[in-house]
Design a protein around this ligand. Sequence first.
Ligand SMILES: Nc1ccn([C@@H]2O[C@H](COP(=O)(O)OP(=O)(O)OP(=O)(O)O)[C@@H](O)[C@H]2O)c(=O)n1
Ligand SMILES: C[C@](O)(CO)[C@H](O)COP(=O)(O)O
Length: 225
Amino acid sequence: MIWAVLPAAGRGQRFGGPIPKQYLHAAGKPLIEHALAALLAHPRVSGAMVALSADDALWPGWSELLGKPVLRCIGGGERADSVLAGLRALPGHAGDDTLVLVHDAARPNLRRADLDALIAAAEGDPAGAILGAPLRDTLKRAGAGRILATEPRDGLWRAFTPQAFRRGALTAALAEAAAAGVVVTDEASAMERIGLRPRLVEGREDNLKVTTPADLALAEYLLGA
Ligand SMILES: Nc1ccn([C@@H]2O[C@H](COP(=O)(O)OP(=O)(O)OP(=O)(O)O)[C@@H](O)[C@H]2O)c(=O)n1
Ligand SMILES: C[C@](O)(CO)[C@H](O)COP(=O)(O)O
């Protein structure tokens, strides 16, 4: 069994604007709908859990999308808290061995081929797997608007989502990080903390996270192309 968990309780502070960015439209739909649909369109995905902010006034109220259940819960102060809340709110029949795909509601351009590759990699590996791409630009360390150093980039990847792990293992790892007061910025970090080495699956670099207005313009182009 495979379920999706979408952290969607962010405020979009880096984006600015009057509404949380996950509700901004690109190619005629809110970003969150693109993200949800990309996951629920996969025949192996049974349903989705969306973690929303307590005062979310824009959630369209879907109980299903593409004929599959869309459940919701209240997220938390950090992205990791929202993911943990979503994992805990999944239905009881989605047991500890359920493969969970955690995907940012702000990433509207997930492609089917990438999702297929991620599922294939994660299903066969207890350490799980994430989508990402190797760094292809020279890295500079910045300070006061100037170059402080050039950092080695060999072996460095950008981490995307979805990130795919078994429900029980990921729930325990995120709970342990939270109990230790450690804020992890992605699910793989929580699994790394407990000694696991998730697989890296190279995915398309246009699986962008909409963080700033320039990203929305690019998403509009990509989704409309
Ligand atoms: N407490 C939080 C913070 C973020 N997210 C979600 O995690 C995803 C990626 O986070 P990010 O791009 O940082 O979104 P925001 O936190 O909204 O952006 P910002 O940091 O600019 O406020 C988004 O779908 C966001 O809604 C969440 O569910 N709960
Ligand atoms: C999970 C993530 O999208 C992987 O790159 C990223 O860590 C989210 O970071 P954010 O600062 O919460 O957007």
